[in-house]
Design a protein around this ligand. Sequence first.
Ligand code: KIV
Length: 266
Amino acid sequence: MVKKITVRTLFRKKKEGKKITMVSTYDYLSAKFCEEVGIDTILVGDSLGMVFKGEENTLNVSLEEIIYHTKAVRRGAPTRFVIADMPFGSYQISKEKAVENAIRVIKESGADAVKLEGGEEVLPIVEHLSTIGIAVVGHLGFTPQKIKLFGSAKVVGRNSERIRLVEEAKKLEKAGAIMLVLEATPKDVAKEVAESLKIPVIGIGAGSEVDGQVLVFHDLVGLVEDIKPKFVKRFLNGSKLFKEALKQYKEEVEKGIFPSEEHTYE
Ligand code: KIV
């Protein structure tokens, strides 16, 4: 029987210097692939707003959508550590609202943890959620929910931002965060953060000297064609393969080749 991945498994991996793998995805089948190949943790990221729904940014994702997609992922990956992203607006209004929404996500979706973006401003929420038993993953560096403030995606942590980033990471750990995602951060800053914390630090565009990596499933299998940030590696030319299959299907239907006897009932 495959052992369930828990917070302890992830802490142990960091302690033993073993890299942690994380994939951000939103559906049953891709989660099942992650389960089968032994990806440690799955994030049901609010990137689903862009990748799944085709929106311009992540801001329009609802709590219901996160719960819906997390349930599907949980079914596909029963033993992986599943993290549900708290969408924009679900934890910024008040501590009470944040707690109510995080409890809903945990109870209804089957997630092991929730993730929320930000530093100083989310510390009271992280602290409270941890106190009541909810595992919280932090997210620093470029935080897509602040896209309107940033103007566009950017590297965060250079020069004067460095001290603040490292301090906020330490404060998140102190507040009870069990893990930290660092996005678009210079590699030496990310290394300093990972070395300063006991909790695992997972990078995306943060270099290799952190405790693990996360990529979006659709990026890593090469299904996303129009955007390719520097940190994305396509491990497959998925869009080419999918389009070849679709073209062949279209051609065979149009020419009456499909369905053949093999795909037909007597
Ligand atoms: O929403 C998401 O998928 C994420 C990862 C890219 C870290 O936050």
